[in-house]
Design a protein. Structure first.
Lengths: 114, 112
């Protein structure tokens, strides 16, 4: 019962490279989310998905691409990484969009763009 | 404009004492949820407590309780009998239009 996992846990990449962060959940939750955490900003929503093949933008979507071909996976791709995308990235999942259903967070991926 | 404001970047408390973390928020909705999340050094986000706005009774979870003042749009977290394991970042969050909006966090230090 792994719950929600993220890989890699740490990643260093160069400016301009493409990088994909993986997120996998074992609960068959409908909703999945990507957040980034930066000092002075807390967590900010990048993208979210209500179900397979349904995604929508959050607060800070520019420079990111998501897909969700399977319910359990929600990869986040930085098509051309920039230094401003250095951050800690969290994936989360929830049974529904109702706030009575808790969002469960993965352990995070620390991404450094040099 | 900041929707969720945590005005205390850092707080400290002695073990076994009580500490209160502040949070104010802004929303025009009449029914909404508020949350406190804990983030220890492991980075894992852990839900501590939640409050539904239409419930007047303040939520309580063991040593954690909230003081929810709807008119003042205030949602503070009280930690009683503080333990060393309570040391972490604490984030206040508002659920609004299908999304969680987080504050900037308060770092809590616990001294023995």
């Amino acid at each position: 019962d792994a719950g929600i996992t993220q890989s890699p846990r740490y990643k260093i990449t160069e400016t301009g490279r493409q990088v994909t962060l993986m997120c996998h959940q074992t609960w068959s939750h409908s909703y999945m989310f990507w957040y980034r955490q930066d000092l002075g900003h807390g967590l900010r929503l990048i993208y979210y998905s209500a179900a397979a093949d349904i995604t929508d933008k959050g607060e800070v979507p520019d420079g990111y691409v998501v897909s969700r071909s399977k319910t359990e996976n929600f990869p986040l791709t930085l098509e051309s990484a920039t230094r401003s995308q250095t951050s800690v990235y969290f994936c989360a999942s929830s049974e529904s969009r109702q706030p009575s259903h808790e969002q469960y967070f993965g352990p995070g991926t620390r991404l450094t763009v040099t | 404009a900041q929707t969720v404001t945590q005005s205390q970047p850092e707080m400290s408390v002695q073990e076994a004492e009580t500490v209160t973390l502040s949070c104010t928020y802004d929303t025009s909705e009449s029914d909404y949820y508020l949350f406190w999340y804990k983030q220890p050094p492991s980075r894992q986000m852990i839900l501590v407590i939640r409050q539904e706005a239409y419930k007047q009774q303040n939520a309580t979870e063991n040593r954690f309780s909230v003081n929810f003042q709807k008119a003042a749009k205030s949602f503070s977290l009280k930690i009683s009998d503080s333990q060393l394991g309570d040391a972490a970042m604490y984030f206040c969050a508002l659920y609004r239009t299908d999304k969680l909006i987080f504050g900037t966090g308060t770092r809590l230090q616990v001294f023995p």
